[in-house]
Design a protein around this ligand. Structure first.
Ligand code: NDP
Length: 323
């Protein structure tokens, strides 16, 4: 049984190497966590491939949940035995992880550790996208790409709860069913038809208030065409590849459009902000108003297969590694 996954050099999923790694004791301001579940996120593939640079070697995985085994000096408010979850700090693909106490949030009893791991990064992202980047309001019509993905299913639910009409894009019939179950009013198979044309038809030529686009290269151009006057393109990822430089003039000719490229670190700028966003997510889970779908669980040693499936568009909802 490996104790962690290590990356010695960047590359394809094959560089995810099971290994035995000695975990240090937590230093000042840190906690040691027995990991119950680690979340797999698309950003893990960018880091693994070298698109985002990491100091090598490293243990991947930016989110997880489990039980505190030890606390370092100076840590207050957290103690051994506490159930916690974190996001935004690497080292989750492991049986044990040392993380700064600042990023570890207590998880309520009503929320299982697995669910907490599954809702941290993608949930916080969906939360900031609909509450802060473009605050979705009742009556808005919005377009969510990859609506059956990790961020997509959560974003669709959060936007629906605010009274928005949600149009979603997906690649398969199974994903269409999931997106509809999450609340999408209309689902477009963007692999079969021009989604901008479909949006035009579905909105009577008016377009949408906002497009949440985490797909990038293959969608961004048509996403701009889906917007109504003064609409906003929120380009928050690049699962199909990076977007080339954009001429600002396209925003003018498209109808005084807005374009933003947000990142979670700018929307979780303090512990208070982290507690606020995760607190709302945990409350919604406990109240039964937010369904966190775990689409697949893999043993830690199968991290490579998890990445292959995620990049091969074979996953839905959350992908977890279970040590
Ligand atoms: P997903 O579960 O959404 O998986 C990616 C999905 O993208 C696939 O399932 C697939 O859905 C779709 N897709 C479309 N084209 C491709 C392609 N060529 N190759 C692979 N997938 C494709 O992943 P996550 O929820 O983890 O992340 C979604 C996006 O959000 C990513 O771009 C990620 O980087 C971004 N992100 C950004 C954050 C931020 O703060 N900016 C934070 C967290 C995530 P389908 O088959 O239906 O097309």
């Amino acid at each position: 049984m490996p104790t962690a996954i290590r990356i010695e050099h960047t590359g394809g999923p094959e560089v995810l190497t099971p290994a035995d790694v000695e975990v240090p004791s937590p230093g000042p301001g840190e906690v040691l966590i027995d990991v119950a579940a680690a979340g797999v996120n698309y950003i893990d593939t960018y880091q693994r491939a070298g698109v985002y640079s990491m100091t090598l070697p490293y243990t991947p995985g930016l989110e997880g949940a489990g039980t505190i085994a030890e606390v370092g000096s100076g840590v207050t408010g957290l103690a051994p035995g506490d159930k916690v979850a974190w996001q935004g700090h690497p080292g989750a693909y492991a049986q044990r992880a040392v993380v700064p106490a600042d990023v570890a949030v207590p998880v309520p009893d009503a929320v299982p550790a697995e669910t907490a791991a599954a809702v941290m990064l993608q949930g916080v992202t969906a939360h900031y996208l609909v509450n802060s980047t473009y605050p979705v309001a009742e009556g808005d019509t919005i377009l969510v790409h990859a609506a059956a993905g990790g961020v997509g299913l959560l974003l669709t639910q959060l936007a629906t709860a605010k009274g928005a009409r949600v149009l979603g894009t997906v690649s398969t019939a199974e994903k269409e069913t999931l997106a509809r179950r999450a609340g999408a009013d209309e689902v477009i198979r963007y692999t079969d038809r021009d989604f901008a044309e479909a949006v035009d038809e579905l909105t009577g030529g008016e377009g949408v208030n906002v497009v949440y686009d985490g797909v990038g290269a293959s969608t961004y151009e048509a996403s701009l065409r889906c917007l109504r006057r003064r609409g906003m393109l929120v380009l928050f990822g690049a699962s199909s590849g990076p977007v080339p430089p954009i001429d600002p003039q396209v925003l003018n000719s498209g109808g005084s459009l807005y374009l933003t490229r947000p990142t979670a670190a700018d929307y979780v700028t303090s512990r208070d902000e982290l507690i606020w966003r995760t607190g709302e997510l945990f409350s919604a889970v406990a109240a039964g108003t937010l369904d966190v779908r775990v689409g697949a669980r893999y043993p830690l040693a199968d991290a490579r297969t998890a990445h292959e499936d995620l990049e091969g568009r074979r996953t839905t909802g959350k992908v977890l590694l279970v040590p």
